[in-house]
Design a protein around this ligand. Sequence first.
Ligand code: ADP
Ligand code: MG
Length: 465
Amino acid sequence: MASDNKDRTAELWERANAVIKERIPESEYKTWFTRINLGSLEDGKITLYANSAFFRDNFSKTYKSLVEDALNSLGEGNFAVDVKIKSQKAESENKAADKETDKLPKVQKDKPLERKTNRKDVVLNSAYTFDSFVPGDNSNFAYSACLAIAKNPGSVYNPCLIYGGVGLGKTHLLQSIGNYVQQNTNLKVMYVTAENFTNEFIQSINDRTTRQFQNKYRKVSVLLIDDIQFLQKKAETQNELFNTFNDLYDTGRQIVFTCDRPVEELKDITDRLRSRFSRGLNIDIQPPDFETRMAILRAKCNEKKFPINNDVLEYIANNISSNVRALESCITKLMAYSTLLQKDISIETAKEQLGQIINSNKDTSGISIDLIIKTVASYYNVSSYDIKGKSKSQSIVLPRKIAMYLCRNLTDFSTTEIASEFGGKNHTTVIYSIEKVESLLKSSDNDTSAVIEKLKNQIKNESKR
Ligand code: ADP
Ligand code: MG
């Protein structure tokens, strides 16, 4: 009986495949139909097995009705098709069941997959270590957590997500974990940007090496994924990362992510992946304060064995407040100038040479959008992220409008630039907010105008520090 059913299923499947081959290009047939395995036929339902959720979802979406049509065109009755994942566990159970009951027909095995030369794995930058990182109030927590993770991967903070703005040291800390683990243990570490993860994954689909791709990421002890904001709108890669995450997490392996914004502000990320990102420890890195900026500048000068006068360092620290990479660029530029022209760096030379870097990092008023947001947030006792975020709560909406108004009033930034600093909003939102505040001021709303005056003074004073 069972054997008859098996033969009939296999025969139906073969005939249906002949029909399908006529209907889609050969390359497409090869890509999808040689990698789907025939399962059972029961009560008019044919079960097919895919090797991954990704494959199952895409196969179902694109080909399920084609397969049903093909089967139904054979004149053997109506069939429904069900596509399932054939996990390794299920596979071994199925094998056992096969032997016992001979229920499942033999499935056509995948051809052995060719191993194409892989994109080079990203090598860790050996300069990114805990020793070369200068922690400050802004980054102490993230620094300590990363160090604890490096010393005890998989056990203390797992998973961990470090988030914060551009150039604040996220990649540096992430790679410090990698370098530390590599130097002190035999554990396998993998560092990858979310962008490369995505590209490799897509490449593996094209090359039909998805399994190798999966093995590569699932056999590591420490997985470090940089800039997960890149995964927004990449549904298939999210799915793959979700499965990778579960695999590693369930077996106690360490996963650390970085992101340029808090997880709540990520758009187009599936709920289940978002919940994985926010599981465990989420820590932000803020821009460094003046003292930390000075400490970083001194450390960079020491590293490069390039002494610079304190007043020049202060000039840089005063003028660049929210990006450590820009601080570094200033030192590099002055060093090149001094070495090439054999000149010491005076404050005049620094001003002359660094103008461009400084200007591109802030406006001519010397007031950064960041400073305005921070000052307004602290006045209203809300967070900067709330101000930049989307919350429609009354306690956030007015401070956000006021912050936008102050940005337009105290700086030369365009409404588009302001909009992008406020979490990528549309510039019309900024224009609307400014108009709202202006109309409040015109309506002789004394409270608002007093608050705005106070905030303006506070921001101006702070920017001179
Ligand atoms: P992010 O990934 O947050 O954009 P990076 O880690 O790439 O920032 O940092 C930018 C540059 O600034 C790197 O060269 C890094 O070494 C340096 N940097 C950032 N923060 C610090 C710090 N606290 N101490 C020393 N160097 C830092
Ligand atoms: Mg980075």
